[in-house]
Design a protein around this ligand. Structure first.
Ligand SMILES: *Cc1c(COP(=O)(O)O)cnc(C)c1O
Length: 224
Protein backbone atom coordinates (compact mmCIF):
# COMPACT_ATOMS: atom_id res chain seq x y z
CA UNK A 1 0.00 0.00 0.00
CA UNK A 2 1.11 3.54 -0.71
CA UNK A 3 1.88 6.18 1.92
CA UNK A 4 -1.30 8.01 0.92
CA UNK A 5 -3.44 4.90 1.35
CA UNK A 6 -1.84 4.02 4.67
CA UNK A 7 -2.32 7.52 5.97
CA UNK A 8 -5.95 7.63 4.94
CA UNK A 9 -6.72 4.25 6.50
CA UNK A 10 -5.11 5.22 9.81
CA UNK A 11 -6.69 8.66 9.94
CA UNK A 12 -10.11 7.22 9.19
CA UNK A 13 -9.71 4.86 12.13
CA UNK A 14 -8.80 7.61 14.62
CA UNK A 15 -11.35 9.63 16.59
CA UNK A 16 -11.33 13.34 15.75
CA UNK A 17 -9.58 14.38 18.96
CA UNK A 18 -6.50 12.22 18.32
CA UNK A 19 -3.45 13.82 16.71
CA UNK A 20 -1.46 11.59 14.41
CA UNK A 21 2.30 12.15 14.51
CA UNK A 22 3.85 10.56 11.44
CA UNK A 23 7.16 9.08 12.58
CA UNK A 24 9.50 9.63 9.67
CA UNK A 25 12.84 8.52 11.15
CA UNK A 26 15.23 6.76 8.75
CA UNK A 27 13.02 7.56 5.73
CA UNK A 28 14.07 9.84 2.92
CA UNK A 29 12.64 13.31 2.44
CA UNK A 30 11.19 12.28 -0.89
CA UNK A 31 9.31 9.42 0.77
CA UNK A 32 7.97 11.39 3.72
CA UNK A 33 6.91 14.29 1.51
CA UNK A 34 4.20 11.96 0.21
CA UNK A 35 2.55 12.26 3.60
CA UNK A 36 2.96 16.04 3.58
CA UNK A 37 1.29 16.19 0.20
CA UNK A 38 -1.69 14.35 1.69
CA UNK A 39 -2.03 17.09 4.29
CA UNK A 40 0.00 15.54 7.12
CA UNK A 41 1.69 18.28 9.19
CA UNK A 42 2.85 16.59 12.42
CA UNK A 43 6.08 14.64 11.94
CA UNK A 44 8.20 12.85 14.54
CA UNK A 45 11.91 12.10 14.59
CA UNK A 46 13.99 10.50 17.31
CA UNK A 47 17.44 11.90 16.54
CA UNK A 48 18.41 15.56 16.71
CA UNK A 49 20.72 15.47 13.73
CA UNK A 50 18.17 13.85 11.45
CA UNK A 51 15.46 16.18 12.70
CA UNK A 52 17.45 19.34 11.99
CA UNK A 53 18.56 18.10 8.57
CA UNK A 54 14.98 17.39 7.53
CA UNK A 55 13.50 20.53 9.08
CA UNK A 56 15.99 22.67 7.20
CA UNK A 57 14.80 21.61 3.78
CA UNK A 58 11.17 20.63 4.32
CA UNK A 59 8.18 23.04 4.34
CA UNK A 60 8.07 25.45 7.25
CA UNK A 61 4.50 24.71 8.28
CA UNK A 62 5.48 21.25 9.54
CA UNK A 63 5.15 20.74 13.29
CA UNK A 64 8.23 18.77 14.30
CA UNK A 65 8.07 16.43 17.29
CA UNK A 66 11.22 15.07 18.89
CA UNK A 67 10.08 11.71 20.22
CA UNK A 68 13.37 10.09 21.23
CA UNK A 69 15.65 10.53 24.19
CA UNK A 70 17.26 13.97 24.17
CA UNK A 71 20.66 14.84 25.58
CA UNK A 72 20.99 18.27 27.18
CA UNK A 73 23.91 19.27 24.99
CA UNK A 74 21.77 18.89 21.84
CA UNK A 75 18.83 21.04 22.90
CA UNK A 76 20.40 24.13 21.35
CA UNK A 77 20.04 22.70 17.84
CA UNK A 78 16.25 22.38 18.01
CA UNK A 79 14.96 24.95 20.52
CA UNK A 80 14.19 27.52 17.87
CA UNK A 81 11.83 25.46 15.76
CA UNK A 82 10.75 22.24 17.48
CA UNK A 83 7.03 22.04 18.22
CA UNK A 84 7.05 19.43 20.97
CA UNK A 85 9.61 17.35 22.87
CA UNK A 86 8.04 14.07 23.97
CA UNK A 87 10.62 12.33 26.12
CA UNK A 88 11.57 14.76 28.87
CA UNK A 89 12.62 12.94 31.99
CA UNK A 90 14.65 15.28 34.18
CA UNK A 91 14.74 18.74 35.71
CA UNK A 92 18.17 19.23 34.17
CA UNK A 93 16.74 18.74 30.70
CA UNK A 94 13.78 21.06 31.36
CA UNK A 95 16.22 23.73 32.54
CA UNK A 96 18.28 23.43 29.40
CA UNK A 97 15.22 23.48 27.14
CA UNK A 98 14.02 26.62 28.91
CA UNK A 99 17.42 28.26 28.60
CA UNK A 100 17.79 27.53 24.89
CA UNK A 101 14.17 28.43 24.15
CA UNK A 102 14.67 31.78 25.91
CA UNK A 103 17.72 32.44 23.76
CA UNK A 104 15.75 31.60 20.63
CA UNK A 105 12.75 33.58 21.86
CA UNK A 106 10.50 30.53 21.52
CA UNK A 107 8.24 28.53 23.77
CA UNK A 108 8.76 24.78 23.65
CA UNK A 109 6.03 22.33 24.53
CA UNK A 110 7.24 19.34 26.54
CA UNK A 111 5.81 15.99 27.59
CA UNK A 112 7.14 14.08 30.56
CA UNK A 113 8.02 10.52 29.68
CA UNK A 114 6.71 7.94 32.12
CA UNK A 115 8.21 4.50 32.36
CA UNK A 116 5.27 2.14 31.92
CA UNK A 117 6.89 -0.84 30.22
CA UNK A 118 8.30 -3.91 31.85
CA UNK A 119 11.61 -3.60 30.03
CA UNK A 120 14.16 -1.64 32.02
CA UNK A 121 15.94 -0.40 28.89
CA UNK A 122 13.34 2.25 28.21
CA UNK A 123 13.75 5.73 29.57
CA UNK A 124 11.25 7.54 31.70
CA UNK A 125 10.10 8.60 35.13
CA UNK A 126 8.20 6.62 37.72
CA UNK A 127 4.85 8.06 38.80
CA UNK A 128 6.41 9.36 41.98
CA UNK A 129 9.38 10.91 40.20
CA UNK A 130 7.00 12.57 37.77
CA UNK A 131 4.92 14.15 40.49
CA UNK A 132 8.02 15.30 42.36
CA UNK A 133 9.37 16.84 39.18
CA UNK A 134 6.10 18.69 38.55
CA UNK A 135 6.35 20.21 42.01
CA UNK A 136 9.90 21.52 41.59
CA UNK A 137 9.77 25.17 42.68
CA UNK A 138 12.26 26.29 40.01
CA UNK A 139 9.81 25.38 37.23
CA UNK A 140 7.76 28.47 38.07
CA UNK A 141 10.64 30.61 36.76
CA UNK A 142 10.89 28.77 33.45
CA UNK A 143 8.82 30.95 31.15
CA UNK A 144 9.90 29.37 27.87
CA UNK A 145 8.58 25.86 28.42
CA UNK A 146 5.07 24.49 28.82
CA UNK A 147 4.57 20.99 30.13
CA UNK A 148 1.64 19.83 28.05
CA UNK A 149 1.20 16.28 29.24
CA UNK A 150 2.69 12.81 29.42
CA UNK A 151 4.18 10.26 27.05
CA UNK A 152 4.78 6.54 27.44
CA UNK A 153 5.76 3.41 25.55
CA UNK A 154 4.20 0.08 26.38
CA UNK A 155 6.06 -3.20 26.62
CA UNK A 156 6.84 -4.79 23.26
CA UNK A 157 4.68 -7.89 23.64
CA UNK A 158 1.79 -9.79 22.06
CA UNK A 159 0.02 -9.77 25.41
CA UNK A 160 -2.73 -7.24 24.71
CA UNK A 161 -4.02 -7.32 28.27
CA UNK A 162 -0.65 -6.21 29.54
CA UNK A 163 -0.35 -3.39 26.98
CA UNK A 164 -3.88 -2.25 27.86
CA UNK A 165 -3.02 -2.27 31.55
CA UNK A 166 0.09 -0.16 30.97
CA UNK A 167 -1.79 2.39 28.86
CA UNK A 168 -4.69 2.62 31.26
CA UNK A 169 -2.25 3.15 34.13
CA UNK A 170 -0.70 6.07 32.28
CA UNK A 171 -4.13 7.54 31.55
CA UNK A 172 -5.03 7.33 35.25
CA UNK A 173 -1.84 9.13 36.19
CA UNK A 174 -2.55 11.80 33.58
CA UNK A 175 -6.07 12.33 34.96
CA UNK A 176 -4.88 12.40 38.54
CA UNK A 177 -2.08 14.92 37.86
CA UNK A 178 -4.46 17.02 35.76
CA UNK A 179 -6.92 17.34 38.63
CA UNK A 180 -4.48 17.60 41.47
CA UNK A 181 -2.11 20.19 40.02
CA UNK A 182 -4.40 22.42 38.03
CA UNK A 183 -2.98 25.47 39.80
CA UNK A 184 0.53 25.20 38.37
CA UNK A 185 1.02 27.72 35.57
CA UNK A 186 3.60 25.64 33.69
CA UNK A 187 1.53 22.42 33.79
CA UNK A 188 -1.06 22.60 31.02
CA UNK A 189 -2.11 19.00 30.53
CA UNK A 190 -3.79 18.45 27.17
CA UNK A 191 -1.73 15.75 25.53
CA UNK A 192 -1.38 12.08 26.32
CA UNK A 193 1.09 10.66 23.80
CA UNK A 194 0.82 6.88 23.68
CA UNK A 195 0.53 4.32 20.91
CA UNK A 196 2.72 3.27 17.96
CA UNK A 197 2.06 1.16 14.86
CA UNK A 198 1.55 -2.06 16.79
CA UNK A 199 -0.58 -0.74 19.62
CA UNK A 200 -2.13 2.62 18.75
CA UNK A 201 -5.67 1.21 18.63
CA UNK A 202 -5.35 -0.12 22.15
CA UNK A 203 -3.82 3.19 23.23
CA UNK A 204 -6.71 5.20 21.79
CA UNK A 205 -9.20 2.88 23.50
CA UNK A 206 -7.42 3.65 26.76
CA UNK A 207 -7.53 7.42 26.29
CA UNK A 208 -4.55 8.44 24.18
CA UNK A 209 -5.01 11.64 22.17
CA UNK A 210 -1.68 11.59 20.35
CA UNK A 211 -0.32 8.55 18.54
CA UNK A 212 3.17 8.22 17.06
CA UNK A 213 2.96 5.97 14.02
CA UNK A 214 5.88 5.17 11.74
CA UNK A 215 6.06 1.83 9.97
CA UNK A 216 2.32 1.53 9.37
CA UNK A 217 2.53 4.73 7.31
CA UNK A 218 5.97 4.65 5.71
CA UNK A 219 6.78 0.93 5.68
CA UNK A 220 9.50 -0.97 7.51
CA UNK A 221 12.65 0.88 8.48
CA UNK A 222 16.02 -0.12 7.08
CA UNK A 223 18.77 0.52 9.61
CA UNK A 224 21.49 -0.90 7.38
C1 LIG B 1 10.08 4.80 16.20
C2 LIG B 1 9.16 5.29 17.25
C3 LIG B 1 7.77 5.26 17.08
C4 LIG B 1 7.09 4.68 15.85
O1 LIG B 1 7.25 3.30 15.78
P1 LIG B 1 6.43 2.40 14.72
O2 LIG B 1 6.36 1.08 15.39
O3 LIG B 1 7.21 2.39 13.48
O4 LIG B 1 5.09 3.03 14.57
C5 LIG B 1 6.97 5.78 18.08
N1 LIG B 1 7.50 6.31 19.19
C6 LIG B 1 8.83 6.36 19.42
C7 LIG B 1 9.34 6.95 20.67
C8 LIG B 1 9.70 5.85 18.45
O5 LIG B 1 11.03 5.91 18.68
Amino acid sequence: MSVAENLKRIKDSLPGNVTLVAVSKTHTIEHIMKAYEEGQRDFGENKVQELTAKAEVMPKDIRWHLIGHLQSNKVKYIAEFVHMIHAVDSLKLLKEINKQAAKANSIVECLLQIHIAEEDTKFGLSEEECENLLLEPSLAEMKNIKIKGLMGMATFTDDEAQVKREFSGLKSLFDRLTQKHSGLEYWLPETLSMGMSGDYKLAVDEGSNMVRVGSSIFGARDYA
